[in-house]
Design a protein around this ligand. Structure first.
Ligand SMILES: O=C(O)CCC(=O)C(=O)O
Length: 339
């Protein structure tokens, strides 16, 4: 992630729009914010494929049948794809819980490491039975796989941990659906936003492979996402992202400036809308590429149906989580050193 502040403010249209949406007084108008609902709008094109090959892994990863997915692109931003919530309610719960209970554990890296090293942040938040809100609010990011180095912006072999199998599998299902047969999830930033959080304008270009798409999965509260051009003189478009939505930055959009100037209260909470009868997926005959123990997923899904869910629900009702997945290496490259 790299910030660029070199443009004179008069030419920095990205910054102007960012400030407009960030403002609390006066509050920005949302009338020009693009939503998938407005797909008849001249700015949005529905590019959902007519024929889709089913993927038996989808259900176990908390995804709806691929035939139900809806994909859009923005006329002004070719390469920027938007998939409108392809997750089931149980799927949303699964990923929210993973981002809170599993991913912020060591050896993964957390923003709070510079202050305090915690083996298990979520467990620590509930060490005394009650939720320690102050510690909970401190978590802003966790990195997985190749850890993004925020100072040098360089990935290294020595700063890497195992990429989670389930997230690799989810990314693989998405990649295959979009026609990227060689995508490998190798790094992720999980971003945690509270109602007043923002993410400033940046491009993601630390990866060796800048041709592979970047997958961005969002859960919880909504957000305004700005997507601009290759420099900040291009006026960005504002897109509303709701829980479950996926944004893909590919091709021309892969290296474009983007930002999150505002978190908005979600109108719906799709993680709450569980079907009355939950039938657990049968994982026996599914061929996974990365997952070795699908029973763990089943167990975790089941736990989300019972009363263990309430702590995660309390968190997500005032937060947004974004999992930002990247391929780092080129095809046939096995290490950063081999370029
Ligand atoms: O939260 C989002 O939607 C975007 C996150 C992002 O741009 C990043 O992690 O690089």
């Amino acid at each position: 992630m790299q910030e660029n502040t070199s443009l004179p403010i008069t030419e920095d249209r990205f910054m102007k729009t960012f400030k407009y949406f960030k403002s609390n007084k006066p509050k920005p108008s949302l009338k020009d914010v693009i939503t998938a609902e407005k797909c008849s709008d001249h700015q949005v094109i529905n590019i959902t494929a007519n024929t889709v090959i089913e993927d038996p892994r989808a259900e176990l990863l908390g995804l709806k049948n691929l035939r139900e997915w809806q994909v859009f692109t923005l006329k002004k931003h070719p390469g920027l794809l938007f998939i409108r919530n392809p997750f089931t309610a149980l799927g949303q719960r699964y990923w929210i819980r993973k981002c809170l209970e599993e991913y912020p554990k060591k050896p993964n890296k957390l923003n709070i490491d510079i202050e305090i090293t915690l083996e298990d942040w979520w467990r620590e938040c509930f060490r005394n039975g009650e939720c320690e809100k102050q510690l909970q609010k401190k978590l802003r990011w966790t990195t997985l796989g190749y850890h993004h180095n925020w100072d040098t912006k360089v990935y290294t072999e020595s700063n890497k941990s195992k990429f989670p199998e389930d997230l690799a599998e989810l990314s693989d299902v998405l990649a295959k659906y979009l026609g990227y047969s060689d995508f490998t999830a190798e790094a992720a930033i999980v971003n945690y936003y509270h109602m007043n959080s923002t993410l400033s304008a940046h491009t993601d270009h630390s990866e060796v492979n800048l041709k592979a798409p970047l997958f961005s999965f969002s859960f919880g509260q909504s957000a305004i996402f700005l997507i601009g051009g290759r420099d900040k003189s291009v006026e960005p478009s504002a897109l509303l992202i709701n829980s479950g939505d996926i944004v893909v930055m590919s091709k021309e959009a892969r290296l474009c400036y983007h930002a999150v100037p505002k978190i908005l209260p979600a109108v719906d909470s799709p993680w709450d809308v569980l079907d009355t009868e939950i039938i657990m997926p049968d994982s026996k005959n599914i061929n996974f590429k990365y997952i070795s123990q699908s029973e763990d997923i089943m167990l975790s899904m089941k736990e989300n149906i019972d009363n263990k869910w309430h702590r995660f629900k309390d968190y997500i009702k005032e937060s947004r989580i974004n999992m930002n997945v990247r391929q780092v290496l080129n095809e046939n490259q096995t290490s950063i050193l081999m370029q």
